[in-house]
Design a protein around this ligand. Structure first.
Ligand SMILES: Nc1ncnc2c1ncn2[C@@H]1O[C@H](COP(=O)(O)OP(=O)(O)OP(=O)(O)O)[C@@H](O)[C@H]1O
Ligand SMILES: [Mg+2]
Length: 266
């Protein structure tokens, strides 16, 4: 492949991943422009999370290529990819539960500034020098995400929706160019979902952030994404705007063929 066209923030070409013969991601292609908001749908086991694991370097591809803003990151380690600007949230929450909200965020901010975790806890001089700035940044971000009232609460005492927002705050603390959200509203009730997605929309618009959202619920994806890819058995079976996806026979078949997911096809 020739060098990536600079107009795309993310360019993925013929990406494959197999786990001992199981083809989890198959010939995946993507050209994602700066500022786009792409939705990825698909039944359980379709390869959605594996795709995020590939994009963030957690899993190495069997073949294919990934470029971020013209830099080949196909074989890059997760820390380098994070520094180059890809941040994610996880399908299962990952927070430092015994730490306070503010402390969780300060750890994330420090990571973004390439300071070691142990410096945060041992308060080494080069950490304390910037401690006040860091606290200020953390407080601003938390206020922006309506979490300022729980600054000092331990993460484990927050409601599920608040924990999700804190995880989002930690991802944003890395100042990403590309944000990957893996089923962020999974387990939320309709009110929490609506509130969280309104926040995501605000982040997309105000920060002009490029986002890829994995989500089972078609309504949620179609409400925020103008472009959607549907995956099944690791392959993109359909791509287009919400109307095209909704009417696509392969998508309908994939969803109705999976009992667990058919309820999401509303
Ligand atoms: N580390 C791994 N080792 C072996 N198999 C794996 C691994 N990770 C994923 N798989 C398999 O790859 C396939 C795709 O899994 P993946 O988690 O990407 O699906 P998904 O679309 O995110 O599903 P869900 O909607 O349930 O989250 C599944 O069959 C899964 O069992
Ligand atoms: Mg998944």
């Amino acid at each position: 492949m020739s060098s990536a066209e600079p107009s795309y923030l993310l360019q993925v070409e013929k990406l494959n991943k197999s786990f001992r013969g199981l083809q989890a991601v198959c010939d995946y292609d993507l050209k994602l422009a700066q500022g786009e908001f792409l939705g990825i749908i698909g039944p359980n086991g379709a390869g959605k999370t594996t795709l995020f694991n590939l994009l963030t370097g957690v899993v190495r591809p069997t073949s294919g290529r990934i470029d971020l803003a013209g830099v080949d990151i196909t074989q890059a380690r997760p820390e380098r990819i994070a520094r180059l600007g890809i941040a994610r949230t996880f399908q299962k929450l990952r927070l430092f539960k015994p730490l306070s909200v503010l402390e969780n965020l300060k750890v994330a901010l420090q990571t973004g500034q390439q300071t070691q975790l142990w410096q945060v806890f041992l308060s080494w001089p080069n950490f304390t020098a910037s401690e006040r700035d860091l606290t200020q940044q953390a407080r601003e971000l938390l206020a922006w995400l309506n979490l300022d009232e729980v600054n000092d609460a331990r993460a484990e005492t927050l409601s599920f929706g608040q924990q999700r927002r804190l995880e989002l705050a930690c991802a944003l603390a890395l100042s990403p160019r590309l944000l990957l959200l893996d089923e962020p509203v999974g387990g939320m009730n309709p009110n929490e979902t609506e509130e969280f997605m309104a926040l995501i929309k605000r982040i997309h618009q105000q920060l002009e952030l490029t986002i890829i959202l994995i989500e089972h619920n078609m309504q949620v994806v179609m409400d925020v994404c103008r472009r959607i890819q549907a995956l099944n058995y690791g392959e993109v079976i359909a791509e287009g705007d919400p109307a095209a996806i909704r009417q696509n026979p392969a998508v309908i078949e994939a969803y109705l063929g999976h009992a667990a997911s058919s309820a999401d096809y509303a």
